[in-house]
Design a protein. Structure first.
Length: 207
């Protein structure tokens, strides 16, 4: 009869024991949660872009900004513009390149004073929730493992960030509008999901 060994904390290491640590299933769960967070953030961004009304402008600058937003609504499909809101909410600015000029801007900043600013809180909340779910597993134990498991949401987020940066780009009449892929990868694909996913993982360990 074989003796059933135990770990230092008394957890069995026999055939029926749950193996502790970060493994392939943890990465898959994190990737799925990260992809879900991106989709959820995009859907909320779409609703905000579609239904938020702009306030009456108080200055020439605000009137000009709203005119730019109006032109954007008229020329860019809503599903692409919602992607711009999502990226801008993670501080990835849009780049406009025309025949005579080039500039960077944020549609959220152009809509100053409106509820579109709520978009800033959407990715952090969705990513933290994804990190919480990714770390909520019997195999993930301790604060450090929970943080790592939560940060793995970056796998799924990064994949969709790359796709989004490419498909949300718009071109026409010799001009182009979109986000810089390197900036999108660094900020929305790595920094945001790692930071907020890890926070969600730590919360999962503490609850």
């Amino acid at each position: 009869m074989c003796a059933r060994s135990t770990t230092r904390d008394g957890t069995g290491t026999g055939q029926g024991a749950i193996r502790s640590g970060i493994n392939g299933s943890t990465a898959i769960r994190g990737a799925a949660a990260g992809a879900s967070a991106f989709v959820a953030s995009y859907l909320v961004s779409f609703l905000l872009w579609t239904f938020v009304e702009l306030p009456d402008p108080d200055s020439f600058g605000e009137a000009f900004n709203q005119a730019v937003l109006g032109a954007l609504r008229d020329t860019v499909p809503a599903w692409k513009a919602a992607g711009y809101v999502l990226f801008n909410a993670q501080f990835v600015e849009l780049t406009y390149e025309g025949a005579l000029t080039e500039s960077t801007f944020s549609v959220i900043d152009l809509a100053s004073g409106s509820a579109l600013a709520l978009a800033y809180v959407v990715p952090p909340l969705c990513l933290a929730a994804a990190g919480y779910l990714a770390a909520s597993s019997p195999s993930v134990r301790g604060t450090s493992q929970s943080a790592v498991a939560g940060a793995l949401v970056a796998i799924g987020q990064l994949a969709l960030v790359v796709v989004g940066a490419l498909v949300f780009a718009a071109e026409g009449d010799g001009a182009s509008l979109g986000v810089s892929l390197p900036n999108a990868v660094i900020l929305a694909g790595v920094v945001y999901p790692v930071a907020f996913g890890a926070i969600g993982g730590v919360v999962a360990d503490a609850t």
